[in-house]
Design a binder for this molecule. Sequence first.
Ligand code: NAD
Length: 475
Amino acid sequence: MRDQLLIGGTWRDGADGERISVLDPATGEELTTVASGTPADADAAVSVAAKAQVGWAKVAPRERGEILRNCWKIMLDHQDELGELITKEHGKPIADAKGEIAYAAEFFRWNSEEAVRLRGTIGTSPNGANRIIVHHPPVGVVVMVTPWNFPAAMITRKVAPALAAGNAVVIKPAKETPLTALRVGELLEEAGVPPGVVNIVPTQSAGPWFEAATANSATRMVSFTGSTEVGRVLLKRCADRVLKVAMELGGNAPFIVFNDADLDAAVEGAMVAKMRHSAETCTAANRFLVEADVADDFTQRLAKVMADVQVGPGHEAGVGCGPMINAGAVQSIDSLVNAAVGEGATVVTGGEIVDRAGFFYAPTVLADVTPTAAINHEEIFGPVAPVVSFTDTDDMIRIANNTEMGLAAYVYTADIGRGMSVSERLESGMVGLNRGAMSDPAAPFGGMKQSGLGREGASEGILEFCETQYIATQW
Ligand code: NAD
């Protein structure tokens, strides 16, 4: 297991010898420790990346693409091993962890194809005096800060397009899940990524690390995935140096069910949207808005399936919901549930912390939740489904949009015309229409409002990591 910093192709400890304690959330005990990068290490990594980037940008796009394809292949060859590592440090069920690796790897395959299709344009100026040639050089060095909920995919969704465009990167994975990040870094080098192009520097002092990384004048861009709260802090810091930014932030997805929906399909979709990856996803259905005449039926069906979900360590057979990431997460979920119940919500199933070692919360369904309850306005990030009923579509859309977040939304209806028109009225970067899953390397992932800036994946993904240069000339 790699437990040191990866800087310039070498593995080493942090400058002050400090270590990060990595916990097993299924037991609450320490799994291992990992070297913690200091501000000096962050600065050194940016300088190393800046040197490596010059050579990497000169590698022919086809060759870059082939190396990225090797990265896709090597991740799949190690899918079981990487999946097990994710389950160890994050806790999610092993099937979700292996699924994450397939998803994470796919960003390399997609961007291996994008690497050779990065096109510019040529036009003539309106007065005919000259040509306007537009092309897209790489930004340079990109500092990446990623969350713990997808220890592999939130890294590859940024690294693959950044490398395809010819950038070098310095990654700060979440301190809860550095093991997967370090192993992925090792595999990328085995796949042919030159030393220094991908640097991985975990730290337990994120603030000072980030200050140093962004103080280095070689840093040109910050790509962040995490909470809106931290995103705001990083944006302010980036403003000081007018750095290019890409922000994938928090969500508060409504899951809307109309009375004509196929309720079996809606419950199946709800389970995917709510419970995948132990319910700790940014696209997780956070609020269920269900048309009043089917609200009780939907709630009972959902509660039955939720009550059957096996809770336990992610590596155990049959487990559908692993531990939460830490004790604080469990407490915050429990407080939201208790507050909702205090405001009149009914616990249909679950509603409590699981009494065992580790950080477990029981799959929960709440009925009669008021639209104003805190649970409808904060990201739950846990296995709790609050159901609010509605009678009027316009009111429901007002409730759905009554949040500063705008990442994902789900709509279930048999009337595709209604589904389309409601989808278009939702202030949400992504909508699953009669689908509980939407993430796809070929689609632009990202949010409106305070859920983010920019998109990851699709053709937009690679452009985030490019400059636009225009050359005026005539001949
Ligand atoms: P977080 O914001 O607490 O942490 C994210 C990262 O930021 C971590 O690496 C953390 O160490 C780092 N960080 C924290 N403070 C920092 C600082 N002052 N300077 C520099 N770095 C700092 O988020 P989290 O708890 O790891 O992840 C959960 C959040 O991420 C949720 O809000 C979820 O919705 C969001 N998320 C969004 C997406 C998306 O694509 N939009 C995807 C996954 C997760």
